[in-house]
Design a protein around this ligand. Structure first.
Ligand code: GAP
Length: 522
Protein backbone atom coordinates (compact mmCIF):
# COMPACT_ATOMS: atom_id res chain seq x y z
CA UNK A 1 0.00 0.00 0.00
CA UNK A 2 1.39 3.43 -0.90
CA UNK A 3 2.04 5.97 1.87
CA UNK A 4 -0.68 8.12 0.37
CA UNK A 5 -3.26 5.31 0.62
CA UNK A 6 -2.08 4.58 4.17
CA UNK A 7 -2.69 8.19 5.12
CA UNK A 8 -6.17 8.21 3.55
CA UNK A 9 -6.99 5.05 5.53
CA UNK A 10 -5.80 6.72 8.71
CA UNK A 11 -8.04 9.75 8.15
CA UNK A 12 -11.02 7.50 7.38
CA UNK A 13 -10.28 5.37 10.48
CA UNK A 14 -10.17 8.46 12.68
CA UNK A 15 -13.66 9.39 11.52
CA UNK A 16 -15.21 5.90 11.53
CA UNK A 17 -14.09 5.14 15.08
CA UNK A 18 -14.90 8.49 16.64
CA UNK A 19 -11.40 9.92 16.96
CA UNK A 20 -11.56 13.03 14.77
CA UNK A 21 -14.28 14.81 12.81
CA UNK A 22 -14.02 17.77 10.46
CA UNK A 23 -15.22 20.83 12.39
CA UNK A 24 -18.71 22.04 11.36
CA UNK A 25 -19.01 19.15 8.93
CA UNK A 26 -22.74 19.80 8.82
CA UNK A 27 -21.96 23.03 6.97
CA UNK A 28 -19.33 21.39 4.74
CA UNK A 29 -16.57 21.95 7.24
CA UNK A 30 -14.15 24.69 8.18
CA UNK A 31 -10.64 24.55 6.72
CA UNK A 32 -7.96 23.16 9.02
CA UNK A 33 -10.18 23.02 12.09
CA UNK A 34 -11.06 19.66 13.62
CA UNK A 35 -13.15 18.25 16.46
CA UNK A 36 -12.16 15.31 18.61
CA UNK A 37 -14.77 12.58 19.10
CA UNK A 38 -15.29 10.25 22.08
CA UNK A 39 -12.19 8.11 21.50
CA UNK A 40 -10.17 11.04 20.22
CA UNK A 41 -10.77 13.16 23.30
CA UNK A 42 -9.76 10.25 25.57
CA UNK A 43 -6.55 9.72 23.61
CA UNK A 44 -5.83 13.44 23.55
CA UNK A 45 -6.31 13.68 27.32
CA UNK A 46 -3.98 10.72 27.82
CA UNK A 47 -1.29 12.33 25.66
CA UNK A 48 -1.64 15.54 27.66
CA UNK A 49 -1.45 13.60 30.95
CA UNK A 50 1.65 11.76 29.77
CA UNK A 51 3.33 15.08 29.00
CA UNK A 52 2.09 16.88 32.12
CA UNK A 53 3.06 14.09 34.49
CA UNK A 54 6.49 13.62 32.95
CA UNK A 55 7.13 17.37 33.20
CA UNK A 56 5.35 18.64 36.30
CA UNK A 57 4.88 15.57 38.47
CA UNK A 58 8.25 13.97 37.76
CA UNK A 59 10.33 17.15 38.11
CA UNK A 60 10.46 18.92 41.44
CA UNK A 61 11.69 22.04 39.67
CA UNK A 62 8.91 22.32 37.07
CA UNK A 63 5.52 23.82 37.94
CA UNK A 64 2.43 24.18 35.80
CA UNK A 65 0.13 27.09 34.96
CA UNK A 66 -2.98 27.72 32.87
CA UNK A 67 -2.89 31.24 31.44
CA UNK A 68 -5.69 32.95 29.50
CA UNK A 69 -5.78 32.88 25.71
CA UNK A 70 -6.38 36.63 25.53
CA UNK A 71 -3.44 38.74 26.61
CA UNK A 72 -2.70 42.45 26.69
CA UNK A 73 -2.03 43.63 23.08
CA UNK A 74 1.43 44.90 24.08
CA UNK A 75 2.43 41.28 24.78
CA UNK A 76 2.55 40.57 21.07
CA UNK A 77 4.40 43.75 20.25
CA UNK A 78 7.02 42.86 22.87
CA UNK A 79 7.33 39.25 21.74
CA UNK A 80 7.93 40.33 18.16
CA UNK A 81 4.88 38.56 16.79
CA UNK A 82 3.19 41.73 15.50
CA UNK A 83 6.22 42.60 13.39
CA UNK A 84 7.84 39.27 12.64
CA UNK A 85 5.35 36.39 12.88
CA UNK A 86 4.90 36.24 9.12
CA UNK A 87 4.91 33.66 6.38
CA UNK A 88 5.85 34.50 2.77
CA UNK A 89 2.63 34.41 0.74
CA UNK A 90 2.48 33.88 -3.02
CA UNK A 91 -0.56 33.59 -5.33
CA UNK A 92 -0.85 31.77 -8.60
CA UNK A 93 -2.51 34.22 -10.98
CA UNK A 94 -4.25 31.52 -13.01
CA UNK A 95 -5.67 29.23 -10.33
CA UNK A 96 -6.01 32.11 -7.81
CA UNK A 97 -4.67 29.66 -5.20
CA UNK A 98 -2.53 30.88 -2.31
CA UNK A 99 0.65 29.20 -1.20
CA UNK A 100 3.47 29.64 1.26
CA UNK A 101 6.40 30.34 -1.03
CA UNK A 102 8.86 28.65 1.37
CA UNK A 103 6.66 25.53 1.46
CA UNK A 104 6.63 25.37 -2.35
CA UNK A 105 10.44 25.34 -2.26
CA UNK A 106 10.51 22.82 0.63
CA UNK A 107 8.17 20.52 -1.32
CA UNK A 108 10.59 20.77 -4.24
CA UNK A 109 13.42 19.71 -1.90
CA UNK A 110 11.28 16.80 -0.62
CA UNK A 111 10.89 15.60 -4.21
CA UNK A 112 14.67 15.52 -4.63
CA UNK A 113 14.93 13.56 -1.37
CA UNK A 114 12.30 11.12 -2.67
CA UNK A 115 14.45 10.62 -5.79
CA UNK A 116 17.46 9.80 -3.59
CA UNK A 117 15.41 7.32 -1.56
CA UNK A 118 14.16 5.67 -4.76
CA UNK A 119 17.73 5.30 -5.97
CA UNK A 120 18.67 3.66 -2.64
CA UNK A 121 15.70 1.25 -2.71
CA UNK A 122 16.61 0.23 -6.27
CA UNK A 123 20.22 -0.43 -5.29
CA UNK A 124 19.12 -2.31 -2.17
CA UNK A 125 17.11 -4.69 -4.35
CA UNK A 126 19.98 -5.11 -6.80
CA UNK A 127 22.72 -5.83 -4.24
CA UNK A 128 20.66 -7.62 -1.58
CA UNK A 129 22.47 -8.36 1.71
CA UNK A 130 25.74 -7.01 0.37
CA UNK A 131 24.27 -3.50 0.08
CA UNK A 132 26.02 -0.86 2.16
CA UNK A 133 23.79 2.24 2.33
CA UNK A 134 26.40 4.49 3.93
CA UNK A 135 28.94 3.72 1.23
CA UNK A 136 26.33 4.05 -1.51
CA UNK A 137 25.32 7.48 -0.25
CA UNK A 138 28.96 8.57 -0.07
CA UNK A 139 29.92 7.41 -3.57
CA UNK A 140 26.94 7.21 -5.95
CA UNK A 141 27.28 10.20 -8.32
CA UNK A 142 23.52 10.73 -8.79
CA UNK A 143 22.90 10.67 -5.03
CA UNK A 144 25.80 13.04 -4.41
CA UNK A 145 24.59 15.47 -7.07
CA UNK A 146 21.07 15.46 -5.65
CA UNK A 147 22.27 15.95 -2.08
CA UNK A 148 24.32 18.93 -3.21
CA UNK A 149 21.33 20.34 -5.06
CA UNK A 150 19.13 19.97 -1.98
CA UNK A 151 21.67 21.61 0.27
CA UNK A 152 22.24 24.54 -2.07
CA UNK A 153 18.50 25.25 -2.35
CA UNK A 154 17.92 24.83 1.41
CA UNK A 155 20.78 27.20 2.22
CA UNK A 156 19.58 29.86 -0.18
CA UNK A 157 16.02 29.59 1.14
CA UNK A 158 17.22 29.86 4.76
CA UNK A 159 19.25 32.99 3.99
CA UNK A 160 16.40 34.62 2.09
CA UNK A 161 13.99 33.78 4.92
CA UNK A 162 16.18 35.15 7.69
CA UNK A 163 17.00 38.28 5.67
CA UNK A 164 13.33 38.75 4.77
CA UNK A 165 14.46 38.82 1.13
CA UNK A 166 11.08 38.22 -0.51
CA UNK A 167 12.39 38.97 -4.02
CA UNK A 168 14.93 36.16 -3.74
CA UNK A 169 12.30 33.71 -2.51
CA UNK A 170 10.27 34.52 -5.64
CA UNK A 171 13.40 34.20 -7.79
CA UNK A 172 13.99 30.75 -6.28
CA UNK A 173 10.42 29.63 -7.09
CA UNK A 174 10.88 30.82 -10.66
CA UNK A 175 14.39 29.45 -11.17
CA UNK A 176 13.34 26.01 -9.93
CA UNK A 177 10.43 26.10 -12.37
CA UNK A 178 7.90 25.36 -9.63
CA UNK A 179 4.38 25.12 -11.06
CA UNK A 180 1.06 25.57 -9.27
CA UNK A 181 -0.19 22.07 -8.33
CA UNK A 182 -3.73 23.10 -9.37
CA UNK A 183 -3.30 25.02 -12.65
CA UNK A 184 0.15 23.74 -13.61
CA UNK A 185 1.08 27.35 -14.46
CA UNK A 186 4.20 29.28 -13.40
CA UNK A 187 2.41 32.61 -13.41
CA UNK A 188 3.18 33.85 -9.87
CA UNK A 189 2.54 37.11 -8.03
CA UNK A 190 5.30 38.74 -5.98
CA UNK A 191 5.92 37.26 -2.55
CA UNK A 192 4.56 39.30 0.36
CA UNK A 193 4.53 38.90 4.13
CA UNK A 194 1.39 37.55 5.76
CA UNK A 195 0.94 37.84 9.54
CA UNK A 196 -0.36 34.61 11.04
CA UNK A 197 -2.13 36.05 14.07
CA UNK A 198 -5.92 36.11 14.28
CA UNK A 199 -7.27 39.30 15.79
CA UNK A 200 -10.49 40.45 17.40
CA UNK A 201 -11.70 43.48 19.39
CA UNK A 202 -12.01 44.04 23.10
CA UNK A 203 -15.50 45.23 24.14
CA UNK A 204 -17.33 47.45 21.67
CA UNK A 205 -14.57 49.91 20.83
CA UNK A 206 -12.98 49.47 17.43
CA UNK A 207 -9.41 50.66 16.93
CA UNK A 208 -5.83 49.46 16.72
CA UNK A 209 -5.33 50.16 20.45
CA UNK A 210 -7.97 47.63 21.45
CA UNK A 211 -6.98 44.93 18.99
CA UNK A 212 -6.72 41.60 20.76
CA UNK A 213 -4.88 38.64 19.32
CA UNK A 214 -5.66 34.99 19.78
CA UNK A 215 -2.33 33.74 21.10
CA UNK A 216 -0.19 32.09 18.41
CA UNK A 217 1.91 30.32 21.08
CA UNK A 218 1.21 29.56 24.73
CA UNK A 219 4.73 30.55 25.77
CA UNK A 220 3.97 34.25 26.30
CA UNK A 221 1.50 33.41 29.10
CA UNK A 222 4.47 31.84 30.87
CA UNK A 223 6.86 34.75 30.27
CA UNK A 224 4.51 37.44 31.55
CA UNK A 225 3.85 35.32 34.67
CA UNK A 226 7.50 34.61 35.34
CA UNK A 227 7.76 36.75 38.48
CA UNK A 228 4.36 35.70 39.86
CA UNK A 229 5.18 32.02 39.50
CA UNK A 230 8.78 32.23 40.67
CA UNK A 231 7.80 34.10 43.83
CA UNK A 232 4.74 32.05 44.73
CA UNK A 233 6.30 28.68 44.02
CA UNK A 234 9.64 29.70 45.59
CA UNK A 235 11.54 28.04 42.76
CA UNK A 236 15.22 28.72 42.21
CA UNK A 237 16.89 28.93 38.81
CA UNK A 238 17.15 26.51 37.06
CA UNK A 239 13.43 25.79 37.06
CA UNK A 240 10.65 25.36 34.54
CA UNK A 241 7.06 26.48 33.96
CA UNK A 242 4.84 24.18 31.93
CA UNK A 243 1.54 24.83 30.23
CA UNK A 244 -0.94 23.10 27.93
CA UNK A 245 -3.37 25.22 25.96
CA UNK A 246 -4.90 26.34 22.69
CA UNK A 247 -2.99 28.37 20.14
CA UNK A 248 -4.23 29.90 16.89
CA UNK A 249 -2.50 30.60 13.58
CA UNK A 250 -4.03 31.75 10.36
CA UNK A 251 -2.02 29.22 8.35
CA UNK A 252 -1.88 30.05 4.63
CA UNK A 253 -1.73 26.44 3.58
CA UNK A 254 -3.50 24.14 5.93
CA UNK A 255 -3.17 20.55 4.90
CA UNK A 256 -2.22 17.05 5.95
CA UNK A 257 -5.17 16.66 8.28
CA UNK A 258 -4.33 17.65 11.88
CA UNK A 259 -0.66 18.26 11.06
CA UNK A 260 -1.19 21.94 10.31
CA UNK A 261 -4.29 23.44 11.88
CA UNK A 262 -5.61 26.95 12.44
CA UNK A 263 -6.72 26.12 15.99
CA UNK A 264 -4.50 23.66 17.82
CA UNK A 265 -3.10 22.85 21.21
CA UNK A 266 0.46 23.20 22.46
CA UNK A 267 2.35 21.68 25.39
CA UNK A 268 5.15 24.10 26.18
CA UNK A 269 7.73 24.27 28.94
CA UNK A 270 10.03 27.24 29.50
CA UNK A 271 13.12 26.33 31.48
CA UNK A 272 14.74 29.36 33.11
CA UNK A 273 18.51 29.11 33.50
CA UNK A 274 21.57 31.19 34.37
CA UNK A 275 22.91 33.24 31.45
CA UNK A 276 25.75 31.30 29.89
CA UNK A 277 24.31 27.91 30.93
CA UNK A 278 21.69 27.78 28.20
CA UNK A 279 23.57 25.48 25.82
CA UNK A 280 24.09 22.91 28.59
CA UNK A 281 20.34 22.87 29.24
CA UNK A 282 19.53 22.96 25.54
CA UNK A 283 21.49 19.71 25.13
CA UNK A 284 19.84 18.24 28.20
CA UNK A 285 16.28 18.93 26.96
CA UNK A 286 17.12 17.85 23.45
CA UNK A 287 18.05 14.40 24.76
CA UNK A 288 15.29 14.23 27.39
CA UNK A 289 12.55 15.01 24.88
CA UNK A 290 13.80 12.37 22.45
CA UNK A 291 13.66 9.79 25.26
CA UNK A 292 10.10 10.84 26.10
CA UNK A 293 9.05 10.00 22.55
CA UNK A 294 10.81 6.65 22.57
CA UNK A 295 9.45 5.66 25.99
CA UNK A 296 5.99 5.11 24.51
CA UNK A 297 7.47 2.70 21.98
CA UNK A 298 8.04 5.05 19.08
CA UNK A 299 11.08 3.45 17.42
CA UNK A 300 14.35 5.38 17.17
CA UNK A 301 14.38 5.11 13.37
CA UNK A 302 11.08 7.01 13.15
CA UNK A 303 12.51 9.97 15.06
CA UNK A 304 15.36 12.27 14.16
CA UNK A 305 16.81 15.68 15.01
CA UNK A 306 16.74 18.45 12.47
CA UNK A 307 18.69 21.64 13.21
CA UNK A 308 16.89 24.79 12.10
CA UNK A 309 18.36 26.44 9.02
CA UNK A 310 16.31 29.54 9.67
CA UNK A 311 16.13 30.65 13.32
CA UNK A 312 12.98 32.29 14.72
CA UNK A 313 13.39 35.92 15.76
CA UNK A 314 13.85 34.96 19.43
CA UNK A 315 16.26 32.00 19.18
CA UNK A 316 20.04 31.52 19.19
CA UNK A 317 19.77 27.76 18.68
CA UNK A 318 16.88 25.55 17.65
CA UNK A 319 16.32 21.94 16.77
CA UNK A 320 13.24 20.01 15.74
CA UNK A 321 12.45 16.48 16.70
CA UNK A 322 11.02 15.14 13.45
CA UNK A 323 8.77 12.12 13.21
CA UNK A 324 8.26 9.95 10.16
CA UNK A 325 4.62 10.72 9.37
CA UNK A 326 2.95 8.93 6.40
CA UNK A 327 3.97 11.96 4.32
CA UNK A 328 7.64 11.86 5.37
CA UNK A 329 9.82 13.19 8.20
CA UNK A 330 8.28 16.40 9.56
CA UNK A 331 8.54 18.55 12.70
CA UNK A 332 6.84 17.10 15.75
CA UNK A 333 8.47 19.15 18.49
CA UNK A 334 10.80 22.13 18.73
CA UNK A 335 13.52 22.77 21.32
CA UNK A 336 14.62 26.39 21.27
CA UNK A 337 17.22 28.36 23.13
CA UNK A 338 15.34 31.67 23.42
CA UNK A 339 18.06 33.59 25.27
CA UNK A 340 16.67 36.40 27.47
CA UNK A 341 14.83 37.86 24.46
CA UNK A 342 11.27 37.52 25.74
CA UNK A 343 11.77 38.54 29.38
CA UNK A 344 13.91 41.49 28.30
CA UNK A 345 11.32 42.64 25.78
CA UNK A 346 8.52 42.41 28.36
CA UNK A 347 10.67 44.31 30.83
CA UNK A 348 11.15 47.06 28.26
CA UNK A 349 7.58 47.40 27.08
CA UNK A 350 5.94 47.03 30.51
CA UNK A 351 8.46 49.30 32.22
CA UNK A 352 8.60 46.77 35.10
CA UNK A 353 11.78 45.10 36.26
CA UNK A 354 11.83 41.37 35.46
CA UNK A 355 14.90 40.14 37.29
CA UNK A 356 15.84 37.15 39.35
CA UNK A 357 18.08 37.39 42.41
CA UNK A 358 20.39 34.38 42.43
CA UNK A 359 21.16 33.64 46.09
CA UNK A 360 24.21 31.52 45.26
CA UNK A 361 25.80 34.07 42.93
CA UNK A 362 24.45 36.99 44.98
CA UNK A 363 23.49 38.84 41.80
CA UNK A 364 20.46 39.90 39.78
CA UNK A 365 19.94 38.86 36.19
CA UNK A 366 17.33 38.17 33.55
CA UNK A 367 17.28 34.39 33.18
CA UNK A 368 17.87 32.74 29.83
CA UNK A 369 15.25 30.33 28.55
CA UNK A 370 15.31 26.91 26.94
CA UNK A 371 11.92 25.99 25.58
CA UNK A 372 10.40 22.64 24.65
CA UNK A 373 7.30 23.01 22.51
CA UNK A 374 5.14 20.28 21.06
CA UNK A 375 1.71 20.30 19.41
CA UNK A 376 -0.80 17.95 21.07
CA UNK A 377 -2.50 17.36 17.73
CA UNK A 378 0.76 16.57 15.98
CA UNK A 379 1.63 14.12 18.75
CA UNK A 380 -1.84 12.61 18.29
CA UNK A 381 -1.14 12.16 14.58
CA UNK A 382 2.26 10.60 15.29
CA UNK A 383 0.72 8.15 17.78
CA UNK A 384 -2.13 7.19 15.46
CA UNK A 385 -0.03 6.88 12.33
CA UNK A 386 2.52 4.63 14.02
CA UNK A 387 -0.04 2.51 15.87
CA UNK A 388 -2.58 1.83 13.14
CA UNK A 389 -1.76 -1.50 11.53
CA UNK A 390 -3.36 -4.19 9.44
CA UNK A 391 -2.25 -7.74 10.10
CA UNK A 392 -3.24 -11.34 9.52
CA UNK A 393 -4.09 -13.31 12.65
CA UNK A 394 -5.84 -16.62 13.36
CA UNK A 395 -9.60 -16.27 13.98
CA UNK A 396 -11.69 -18.30 16.46
CA UNK A 397 -11.58 -21.34 14.12
CA UNK A 398 -7.83 -21.04 13.63
CA UNK A 399 -8.17 -19.71 10.07
CA UNK A 400 -6.23 -16.70 8.84
CA UNK A 401 -8.19 -13.48 9.02
CA UNK A 402 -7.09 -9.88 8.71
CA UNK A 403 -7.59 -7.35 11.47
CA UNK A 404 -7.12 -3.62 11.83
CA UNK A 405 -5.47 -2.94 15.17
CA UNK A 406 -4.34 0.19 16.91
CA UNK A 407 -1.17 -0.89 18.70
CA UNK A 408 -1.07 2.17 20.86
CA UNK A 409 0.88 2.20 24.14
CA UNK A 410 -1.66 0.87 26.72
CA UNK A 411 -1.14 3.95 28.91
CA UNK A 412 -2.46 6.12 26.06
CA UNK A 413 -5.31 3.85 24.93
CA UNK A 414 -8.73 5.58 25.02
CA UNK A 415 -10.46 2.52 26.51
CA UNK A 416 -8.40 0.36 28.82
CA UNK A 417 -10.67 -2.63 29.12
CA UNK A 418 -13.84 -3.93 27.43
CA UNK A 419 -16.31 -6.13 29.28
CA UNK A 420 -18.12 -8.51 26.97
CA UNK A 421 -20.85 -11.00 27.91
CA UNK A 422 -20.53 -14.00 25.60
CA UNK A 423 -24.21 -13.78 24.59
CA UNK A 424 -26.54 -10.84 24.56
CA UNK A 425 -29.82 -12.58 25.29
CA UNK A 426 -28.76 -14.50 28.38
CA UNK A 427 -29.74 -12.30 31.27
CA UNK A 428 -27.52 -14.16 33.75
CA UNK A 429 -24.47 -13.36 31.55
CA UNK A 430 -25.32 -9.73 30.88
CA UNK A 431 -26.10 -8.96 34.52
CA UNK A 432 -22.85 -10.58 35.64
CA UNK A 433 -20.93 -8.60 32.98
CA UNK A 434 -22.65 -5.39 34.09
CA UNK A 435 -21.61 -6.10 37.69
CA UNK A 436 -17.97 -6.57 36.60
CA UNK A 437 -18.13 -3.36 34.51
CA UNK A 438 -19.66 -1.39 37.39
CA UNK A 439 -16.76 -2.42 39.61
CA UNK A 440 -14.01 -1.70 37.10
CA UNK A 441 -15.30 1.70 35.96
CA UNK A 442 -14.00 3.28 39.16
CA UNK A 443 -10.41 2.44 38.20
CA UNK A 444 -10.13 3.14 34.47
CA UNK A 445 -12.09 3.87 31.33
CA UNK A 446 -14.04 0.70 30.48
CA UNK A 447 -16.56 -0.16 27.82
CA UNK A 448 -19.47 -2.57 28.09
CA UNK A 449 -20.40 -4.17 24.76
CA UNK A 450 -22.91 -6.94 24.14
CA UNK A 451 -23.82 -6.33 20.47
CA UNK A 452 -22.73 -8.77 17.71
CA UNK A 453 -20.70 -11.99 17.82
CA UNK A 454 -17.74 -12.00 20.20
CA UNK A 455 -15.21 -12.03 17.29
CA UNK A 456 -16.66 -8.84 15.86
CA UNK A 457 -16.60 -7.18 19.26
CA UNK A 458 -12.92 -8.10 19.66
CA UNK A 459 -12.21 -6.52 16.25
CA UNK A 460 -14.05 -3.32 17.27
CA UNK A 461 -11.92 -3.05 20.40
CA UNK A 462 -8.73 -3.80 18.42
CA UNK A 463 -9.58 -0.95 16.05
CA UNK A 464 -9.68 1.56 18.91
CA UNK A 465 -6.64 0.09 20.66
CA UNK A 466 -8.26 -1.42 23.78
CA UNK A 467 -5.46 -3.41 25.45
CA UNK A 468 -7.69 -5.88 27.31
CA UNK A 469 -11.01 -7.62 26.62
CA UNK A 470 -12.77 -9.48 29.40
CA UNK A 471 -15.29 -12.15 28.37
CA UNK A 472 -17.98 -13.33 30.74
CA UNK A 473 -19.20 -16.85 29.89
CA UNK A 474 -21.11 -19.68 31.55
CA UNK A 475 -18.04 -20.77 33.54
CA UNK A 476 -17.97 -17.30 35.08
CA UNK A 477 -21.35 -18.01 36.64
CA UNK A 478 -19.94 -21.20 38.19
CA UNK A 479 -16.52 -20.15 39.43
CA UNK A 480 -16.15 -16.33 39.09
CA UNK A 481 -13.43 -16.63 36.45
CA UNK A 482 -13.28 -14.74 33.14
CA UNK A 483 -11.22 -14.84 29.96
CA UNK A 484 -8.82 -11.94 29.55
CA UNK A 485 -7.56 -11.34 26.00
CA UNK A 486 -4.51 -9.24 25.33
CA UNK A 487 -4.68 -7.01 22.23
CA UNK A 488 -1.21 -7.44 20.74
CA UNK A 489 -0.37 -11.07 21.53
CA UNK A 490 -4.01 -12.26 21.31
CA UNK A 491 -3.16 -14.43 24.29
CA UNK A 492 -6.22 -15.54 26.26
CA UNK A 493 -5.99 -16.51 29.91
CA UNK A 494 -8.46 -17.64 32.51
CA UNK A 495 -8.28 -15.45 35.59
CA UNK A 496 -10.41 -14.75 38.63
CA UNK A 497 -12.69 -11.69 38.57
CA UNK A 498 -10.75 -10.35 41.56
CA UNK A 499 -7.54 -10.25 39.53
CA UNK A 500 -8.85 -8.15 36.61
CA UNK A 501 -8.27 -4.76 38.17
CA UNK A 502 -4.68 -5.52 39.19
CA UNK A 503 -3.72 -7.01 35.83
CA UNK A 504 -5.26 -4.20 33.78
CA UNK A 505 -3.84 -1.54 36.07
CA UNK A 506 -0.34 -2.95 35.77
CA UNK A 507 -0.65 -2.93 32.01
CA UNK A 508 -2.16 0.51 31.47
CA UNK A 509 -1.14 2.66 34.41
CA UNK A 510 1.05 5.62 33.56
CA UNK A 511 2.88 4.94 36.82
CA UNK A 512 4.09 1.62 35.41
CA UNK A 513 5.41 3.45 32.36
CA UNK A 514 7.23 5.96 34.54
CA UNK A 515 8.71 3.31 36.80
CA UNK A 516 9.83 1.17 33.90
CA UNK A 517 11.31 4.07 31.94
CA UNK A 518 12.36 6.25 34.88
CA UNK A 519 15.91 6.66 33.61
CA UNK A 520 14.51 7.91 30.31
CA UNK A 521 11.95 10.34 31.63
CA UNK A 522 13.55 12.28 34.45
N1 GAP B 1 6.69 28.60 21.32
C1 GAP B 1 7.43 28.13 20.20
C2 GAP B 1 6.59 27.72 19.10
O1 GAP B 1 5.40 27.94 19.08
P1 GAP B 1 6.66 26.45 16.82
O2 GAP B 1 7.77 25.61 16.22
O3 GAP B 1 6.06 27.50 16.00
O4 GAP B 1 7.29 27.04 18.15
C3 GAP B 1 5.81 24.47 18.28
O5 GAP B 1 5.53 25.47 17.33
C4 GAP B 1 5.04 23.20 17.98
O6 GAP B 1 3.64 23.50 17.86
C5 GAP B 1 5.39 22.54 16.64
O7 GAP B 1 6.52 21.72 16.77
C6 GAP B 1 4.14 21.76 16.33
O8 GAP B 1 4.14 20.52 17.02
C7 GAP B 1 3.05 22.64 16.91
N2 GAP B 1 2.41 23.45 15.85
C8 GAP B 1 2.84 24.63 15.35
N3 GAP B 1 2.00 25.10 14.42
C9 GAP B 1 1.00 24.18 14.31
C10 GAP B 1 -0.19 24.09 13.53
N4 GAP B 1 -0.53 25.04 12.67
N5 GAP B 1 -0.99 23.01 13.69
C11 GAP B 1 -0.66 22.05 14.58
N6 GAP B 1 0.43 22.08 15.35
C12 GAP B 1 1.26 23.13 15.23
Amino acid sequence: MSQDDKFKKLVAHCKEYGFIFQSSELYDGLGAVYDYGPNGSELKNNIKNYWWQSMVQMHENIVGIDAAIFMHPKTWKASGHVDAFNDPLIDNKDSKKRYRADVLVEDYIDKIEAKINKEITKAQKRFGDAFDEVQFRATNPRVLANVEKMETIAKRLATAMSDGDLADIKALVEELGIACPVSGSRNWTDVRQFNLMFSTQLGNVAGEEDKLYLRPETAQGIFVNFLNVQKTSRQKVPFGIAQIGKAFRNEIVARQFIFRMREFEQMEMQFFVRPGEEMKWYDYWKKARMKWHQAINHPAEKLRYHDHDNLAHYANAAVDIQFEFPFGFKELEGIHSRTDFDLKQHQELSGRKIQYFDPELQENYIPYVVETSIGVDRMFLAVMSHALQEEVVPDADGKDSSRVVLKIHPALAPVKCAVLPLLKNKEELTSKARAVFDKLKFSFNCQYDEKDAIGRRYRRQDAIGTPYCITIDFDTLEDDTVTIRERDTLEQKRISINEIEKIVNEGVDMKALFLEKEDQLV
